[in-house]
Design a protein around this ligand. Structure first.
Ligand code: A2P
Length: 222
């Protein structure tokens, strides 16, 4: 009997190589520190539920960080999630399993709920991206394939990791509607780029230099 029929992972995805994972965690800290220190940010704390600018420490606000930094391609919930068997059965999934991929991070974003890295998937990576990944969480909207691709870097207490991709689609939805966000400064160093603010505590920095991280496509069985 074939194993893949019975043993489906919690999720499939690209898992960051150890060195790049460590460095992305540092980049995330740097992002939150610089963002939190922006005057424009301190003036717009309400969405984060803080009245007093001295009370907000973004590193503490995002109390939870994932154990393994990764980009989920397909959440299977050990086979309970819709479409997981069909996904796992695909030739491209089997063939790509345990192969190395370079992921391209184009932006970092923070909302009152989550902090994450936005990815730009290559054509090859898009072959592993489920057709309904975006529709699954935002059925009323249409997005270019791969729009939801991200690495969760942290969440506020009580917030599930899955929220990060939903928050990312929220930014993209606003951008699709022609909103570019308010340009409210620039970050420097490893997180250099323009900072845009989109109401309700949605902040994004478009990186002037994309960050590349090495990863391995695999399944997480937890
Ligand atoms: P994400 O990919 O945004 O980080 P959990 O620990 O909650 O079981 O989640 C395990 C991983 O699967 C996390 O990486 C999480 O979010 C992702 N995930 C959880 N639920 C879903 C879902 N419904 N759709 C897509 N990804 C999910």
């Amino acid at each position: 009997p074939s194993l893949e029929k019975d043993l489906l992972p919690l999720y499939f995805g690209w898992f960051l190589a150890k060195r790049d994972e460590d460095s992305l965690r540092k980049t995330s800290h740097e992002f939150l520190e610089q963002l939190g220190n922006l005057k424009a940010f301190k003036k717009r704390l309400q969405a984060y539920g803080y009245e007093d600018k001295h009370k907000l420490d973004l590193l503490k606000h995002f109390a939870k960080t994932p154990n393994i930094l990764h980009c989920t391609s397909k959440f299977c919930d050990y086979g309970k999630a819709a479409g997981s068997e069909e996904y796992a059965r695909q030739e491209v999934v089997k063939k790509s399993y345990s192969k190395g991929y370079t992921l391209h991070i184009t932006a970092l974003f923070a909302t009152p709920r989550t902090v994450g890295a936005r990815l730009e998937l290559t054509e090859e990576q898009l072959l592993l991206w489920p057709l309904d990944a975006e529709r699954e969480v935002m059925p009323k909207d249409t997005f270019p394939r791969g729009s939801r691709a991200h690495v969760t870097l942290g969440t506020a207490a009580e917030v599930q990791d899955v929220q990060t991709g939903i928050d990312l689609l929220e930014f993209i939805k606003l951008q699709q509607a022609g909103r570019e966000g308010e340009s409210l400064g620039e970050l420097t160093g490893s997180v250099a780029g323009k900072v845009s603010y989109f109401d309700n505590g949605l902040w994004m920095v478009n990186l002037s230099r994309k960050i590349e991280v090495k990863s391995i496509f695999s399944g997480y069985y937890g």
